[in-house]
Design a protein around this ligand. Structure first.
Ligand SMILES: *Cc1c(COP(=O)(O)O)cnc(C)c1O
Length: 381
């Protein structure tokens, strides 16, 4: 926590404005739209609920298809199925680890008889996706874009913030994200009417009448005034949090071989161009891209570590009571989505096999980080 969160919660208590909405919700929504740079923002119970609302607003229904990045957390894709629609998964490019624009266009061309209703693109680990090309493709075929910026508050491309590129964009304030309200999410858009409609659907879709009258199916997805108070306090420290996460990343980079992952895909296997002195590679920011470095991720190439794999590293860390995790397992490889169509080039499978997320908390001390680095160095020595 930053320190001012409790002040906003106290204000809500003093006014006895605990629920349903109130000053903190309005204030948090203003903070978010001003920070990200959209005309409008709505605060909801989670990032997942916000994606669900976005899909409803775009008219996604039973039998529709939605194009979705495969390399992501399941919450990007689950709401597609809530609507009875089918996700069509798109693999990643090696530059950003996010949706590959070439595969995206190929998928659209092959599905032109009934065009997918939306594109869900994710800025994984805080790295912005290739929004220039993806927006261009969306416009060319008239398919709206939902940006899943759950991991990317504070990231930008040439100073344009993640969360401001798509027609509807979502954020998450879950406990593990760069700022947290304990649980929560937001929907951002330049279309104020859409956000108004989202707020309406999220409060049980009550028509304007003195009695309870409903002409739509509603949801209970609105953020409470207490939770939003935490969010207002957290927005005071978002830039500090981004600096802290980037400092953690930079210390790992300096200590573990200073080598960016650069390469291309050949026969559906990525080929690395440059060699790393440690066999460890980091995710490079393309020109003009700025990542909040939500999590520091590394690629471990066993050909260069004397056979030590990312799993060996993970287990060596675990032995020292340090938690590290493999990268996200792509959705096309998840049992629950086994039947979903997918456009695959091998990148996300490769990242999953060789990649590891390192401890990256904003409040991690330098000593703790030295301990993590020490275990990694000892293991690959
Ligand atoms: C956390 C996360 C979500 C879901 O957000 P919740 O607030 O936890 O529902 C969606 N997409 C991605 C990429 C996430 O990391």
């Amino acid at each position: 926590m930053g320190g001012e969160e409790l002040d906003y919660i106290h204000q809500a208590f003093e006014k006895n404005w605990i629920a349903p909405l109130g000053d903190n919700v309005n204030g948090f929504e203003d903070d978010l739209k001003n920070y990200v740079g959209t005309k409008s923002a709505g605060a909801f119970t989670s990032g997942t609920a916000s994606i669900h609302l976005a899909l409803i607003l775009l008219g996604v229904e039973t039998g529709d298809e939605v194009l979705c990045q495969s390399f992501t957390f399941s919450a990007s894709a689950n709401p597609i199925t809530y609507q009875g629609a089918t996700p069509v998964f798109i693999d990643s490019e090696l530059d950003t680890w996010n949706m590959d624009p070439k595969l995206l266009e190929q998928a659209i061309i092959e599905r032109k008889d009934k065009l997918p209703k939306a594109i869900i693109v994710v800025h994984l680990y805080g790295m912005p996706a290739n929004m220039d090309k993806i927006n261009e493709i969306g416009e060319k075929y008239g398919i709206p874009i939902i940006e899943d910026a759950a991991e990317a508050l504070g990231s930008h491309i040439n100073k344009k913030n993640c969360g401001s590129f798509g027609k509807l964009n979502i954020l998450s304030f879950n406990g593990n994200k760069i700022i947290t309200t304990s649980g929560g999410g937001a929907l951002l858009s330049d279309d104020e009417e859409l956000i108004k409609k989202a707020r309406f659907l999220a409060t049980q879709a009550r028509d304007d009448a003195p009695h309870y009258q409903h002409s739509h199916i509603g949801y209970n997805y609105r953020m409470s005034n207490i939770v939003a108070g935490i969010g207002r306090g957290q927005m005071k420290v978002i830039d500090t949090r981004v600096s802290q996460r980037r400092a953690v990343h930079d210390r790992y980079f300096e200590s573990l071989g200073k080598t960016w992952l650069e390469g291309e895909i050949q026969n559906s296997k990525p080929k690395i161009f440059n060699l790393s002195p440690t066999g460890i590679y980091f995710m490079k920011e393309p020109e003009g891209y700025f990542s909040n470095r939500w999590l520091t991720t590394i690629i471990v190439n066993p050909d260069e570590t004397g056979g030590i794999t990312r799993e060996d590293l993970r287990l060596a860390l675990e032995k020292e009571n340090i938690e590290a995790r493999p990268l996200w397992k792509p959705m096309h490889a998840q049992p629950v989505f086994a039947n979903a169509p997918a456009y695959i080039n091998g990148v996300s499978d490769w990242l999953f096999e060789y990649g590891l997320c390192l401890p990256s908390g904003s409040n991690m001390s330098e000593e703790d980080q030295e301990r993590v680095i020490g275990v990694i160095k000892e293991t690959i020595a």
